[in-house]
Design a protein around this ligand. Structure first.
Ligand SMILES: O=c1[nH]c(=O)c2[nH]c(=O)[nH]c2[nH]1
Length: 283
């Protein structure tokens, strides 16, 4: 038996970067959380402590902030590509760079005043190989949506542990976590988000699984530049309160918003002719 070093990578995680772009009195704000992970010929430091190929994670942090000044920050996807290409092209031992970005929205409330827009986070995972190949995955998390009707759930199998009633009119609520792999059009975030939201709103649902597929399918139908989308949708259950002890009817008006446990519906929607992914990614 031999003991060997398996896959490994290293980098500086969660570099919080706020960039103010000044145009006279009117400022533009970008707010990112940037994580860098490099991999390649890095066995020596693990096996012997020889750091000749180990660009310090401290340097990666500095590069993030210096690039924000030197190149500006347009979209998370573009900024990720810029950083990834820099690391693979300047460090010969680095075969692959993964840049993971979260972008927090700020709503303008004045020329240089902003209110944190807390209802979702935009994400990007950018992979750059030394060969020049890239993979850009954009995403969204924490986008909470609710339909107060047009949702049913029935026809499911029952066993001795089943207590759930068949529902012909229920609340359907979820927190959208999705990521989609681009073949082009890497800055179409707003348009993809609109497709997801529109599909949620307009799909008469017989299960959250059906809604998940409808949302993914709508994104692929609307956007030629998206090859594949992955979704993880928690089913945020809302329980109708029994008000009969108080001689009150409750015709679908008063609910307890459940916290946990929650159903978790996950799935991928893809084109059958999608080019293969360069590397695996997770939501
Ligand atoms: O849309 C749903 N899908 C399920 O798989 C499920 N299971 C459950 O208990 N309620 C629901 N709702």
């Amino acid at each position: 038996m031999a003991i060997v070093l398996g896959p490994n990578r290293y980098g500086k995680a969660e570099n919080r970067l706020v960039r103010v772009t000044r145009d006279g009195d009117r400022h533009v704000l970008t707010d990112l959380n940037v994580s860098v992970a490099l991999s390649g010929d890095l066995a020596a430091t693990h096996l012997t402590g020889d750091n000749a190929g180990v660009l310090p994670t401290d340097t990666m942090k500095n590069t993030v902030y210096a690039f924000a000044r030197e190149h500006g920050v347009t979209t998370p996807e573009e900024f990720g590509l810029l950083l990834g290409r820099h690391f693979v092209s300047t460090q010969p031992q680095v075969a692959h760079a993964r840049i993971r970005l979260e972008s927090f929205g700020w709503e303008r409330i004045g020329p240089h005043s902003f209110r944190r827009a807390g209802d979702f986070v935009r994400t990007a995972t950018v992979d750059v190989a030394a060969s020049g190949e890239v993979q850009v995955v954009s995403g969204i998390s924490d986008l909470t949506l609710m339909n107060t009707t047009d949702s049913e759930f029935h026809g499911f199998p029952r066993d001795r542990y089943t207590t759930l009633s068949e529902a012909t009119d229920r609340i359907l609520a979820t927190v959208v976590n999705a990521s989609w792999r681009h073949t082009s059009d890497i800055s179409a975030f707003e348009e993809v988000k609109n497709s997801l939201v529109n599909a949620f709103v307009t799909t008469y649902s017989y299960s959250l699984q059906q809604t998940l597929y409808a949302m993914g399918k709508r994104v692929l139908a609307d956007h030629d530049g998206v090859a594949e989308i992955r979704l993880a949708l928690p089913n945020k259950h809302h329980y109708l309160v029994d008000l009969s002890p108080f001689d009150l009817e409750n015709p679908g008006e008063v609910f307890i918003a459940g916290d946990r446990p929650y159903g978790l519906i996950e799935g991928t929607v893809t084109r059958d002719d999608a080019p293969p992914a360069l590397v695996e990614w997770y939501l």
